[in-house]
Design a protein. Sequence first.
Length: 464
Amino acid sequence: MVSITNHMPTAELQALDAAHHVHPFSTNAGFATKGARVITGADGCWLSDSEGEKILDAMAGLWCVNIGYGRDELAEVAARQMKELPYYNTFFMTTHVPVIALSAKLAELAPGDLNHVMYSSSGSEANDTNLRIVRTYWAEKGKPSKKVVIARWNGYHGSSMGSGSLGGMKSIHSQGGLPIPDIHHIGQPDWWSEGGDMSPEDFGLMRAQELEQAILELGEDKVAAFIAEPVQGAGGVIIPPATYWPEIQRICDKYEILLIADEVICGFGRTGNWFGCQTMGIRPDIMTIAKGLSSGYQPIGGSILSDEVNAVIAATEFNHGYTYSGHPVAAAVALENLRILEEEKVIARLQDDTGPYLKEQFESLAQHPMVGEAKIIGAMGSLALTPDKATRAKFAGKEGAVGFMVRERCFANNLVMRHVGDRMIISPPLVISKAEIDTLIERAWKSLDEGMARAKAEGIFKAA
Ligand SMILES: *Cc1c(COP(=O)(O)O)cnc(C)c1O
């Protein structure tokens, strides 16, 4: 057996990676010619790689490392829990202390009567759970025809069969026979890309009213729930116009449709409050959680149910769960993460201090000649790239080509900023400092300049 350590030469690590590791959301054949960057460590907002580079992680991993890297407390809690009780399940009339403590804490933090948690190890699994919960809920209430879940184009809810179907990513639907039956998609509230000549407010209202049209077309007796992210993340950080969510809430109330807020990104401080539904002023019946729940230190997700939804589900044997639902080590680590978020006032600091500074600095990127719009809420932001700000034009050439060029330059400039099509997005750890924000903005500006120069050289810096 070869021992594989951080001290092997990068090229050897990359060759083994290309030979044996299948990466998610990647064209894996490509790794044979260009190896993956090998991340070897991390602290605060900074990653280190096998070449000794220090990289500013403006994505908090995959939107999850809310408290930053390198917190020993979480490692210590995990080690302690592994020694005491490394594993036990919560099937068959058993439970354990970490899952009890975490559930009580989540019930305290979650708004309203969202007081009951069913666990998973990821956001995808939690949304699969939600699909079964809402359909079982209506069946138990004597309305088994209420099965359809309405979701949105360009929403992201995971990549399993159920969650990938709920999501509205055509690239996911096109592989593996998705979507599964009884999922219906409506338009997203992305004014920049799709709002045409409408005002953002009118457009937001129109997109919300697509929910009402869909309910009327499908039949109220067929619709179980509506699922959406309070702010779309993977779709490009789409912050909806202010008119959107109040109208969605009105429609869900009017037709008694369960509202599922997918808080996998928005939860645990990302939008400046504990949950995105608080920022948006909505009252979900179910919240999906994962990512920031443990700041990514352990794989854990879940569904938080209202008293009413739980009461209906609790009356029957619900044949659902995962071997690792409520895993004791993951639960203990999540609880420690929540303690740090709360005691160190991480979310309050983001609201009152670093958040306003980040907003001001990030919005200043709109002065860059290629940035049409710079929008941010809490610590999730998006730059819409365009060759013509006045008309919000798309670039000539393939959509996303310029975004990819900028991302390549960010990578070279030791900044992790992701592109979604021709948007550049950030979601840094919530603990990012003002000095680190300055570095982020400097590197982003430089990368935008370099990306723009390349787009010009390739003749695609012009309207499509
Ligand atoms: C990441 C994400 C998921 C899926 O979570 P996984 O842990 O990757 O399965 C679901 N919903 C949203 C909003 C996400 O951002």
